[in-house]
Design a protein around this ligand. Structure first.
Ligand code: IPE
Ligand code: IPE
Ligand code: MG
Length: 232
């Protein structure tokens, strides 16, 4: 299959779901599912570079995920810690720019330093922008933006100004949002930015997401007719 280059999504956003169920099905603890999920992250970055996607945003930890057991949360932090520190030089080599949305300050200090270091070191990279949504919630992002605007004494806000106060200020809106695992809900992801995004809900659990599944995302996107409220 050849892809019409114009129809490759510019920004792909993924709700990486199903790690726990993937592990449970195999009799492993939930954190093993998160661990194997990291390989799917690595593969997906490779596919984005290969097929020419410029922006990849991954939902890694939501503002609601603090409700989980401490053991699971700590396990996820440890995986992010290892993943970012072990891959920092590879990101630079592949020209992958690291970016975050959400508020990092509730995370352990050493994790925040690792994250900030990767962001700094990849600042000039321009092949792919990889945004990790960490302690991210769409409602939280919108409310933080509003409170910042109030603090700066704005009396009237339009879309152009508002989007500059969102965590995604340097990102285009997602063209397609994919949620793995068969769940068909948004779970507080990119609420403002998804106004005209396409949606796709493959059944596959995140650790099983592979190139075949990635190509299905591209093919699905290519079949969609985006009208933005107009008539063609
Ligand atoms: C997604 O997998 C990863 C995170 C939320 C960090 P889940 O952990 O939600 O897996 P399921 O949905 O319980 O299978
Ligand atoms: C959404 O998945 C958050 C991430 C993928 C990080 P959840 O598994 O937390 O969402 P719900 O609880 O099924 O809505
Ligand atoms: Mg889940």
């Amino acid at each position: 299959m050849t892809f019409k280059p114009k129809k490759i999504p510019n920004h792909l956003a993924i709700i990486m779901d199903g790690n726990g169920r993937w592990a449970k099905k195999r009799g492993f603890p939930r954190n093993y599912g998160h661990k194997v999920g990291i390989f799917a992250v690595e593969r997906t970055i490779e596919y984005c570079l290969k097929y020419g996607i410029k922006f990849l945003t991954l939902f890694a930890f939501s503002t609601e995920n603090w409700k989980r057991d401490k053991e699971e949360i700590d396990g996820i932090f440890q995986l992010v810690r290892n993943y970012i520190s072990e891959n920092r030089d590879k990101f630079v080599g592949d020209s992958v720019k690291i970016n975050y949305i959400g508020t990092l300050n509730p995370f352990p200090e050493d994790l925040v330093s690792i994250l900030e270091d990767a962001r700094r070191k990849t600042e000039k990279c321009d092949k792919l922008t990889l945004t990790l949504a960490l302690n991210y919630g769409g409602r939280d992002e919108i409310l933080r933006a509003i409170n910042k605007l109030i603090k700066e004494s704005h009396h009237e806000v339009n879309n152009e100004l508002f989007i500059k106060y969102l965590d995604t200020k340097n990102l285009p809106d997602p063209d397609i949002i994919v949620r793995t695992s068969g769940e068909q809900r948004v779970s507080n992801f990119l609420l403002y930015q998804m106004a005209y995004s396409e949606f796709y809900f493959p059944k596959v659990y995140w650790p099983d997401f592979n190139e075949r599944e990635f190509i299905k995302v591209l093919k699905t996107y290519q079949k969609r007719d985006r009208r933005y409220g107009g008539v063609k």
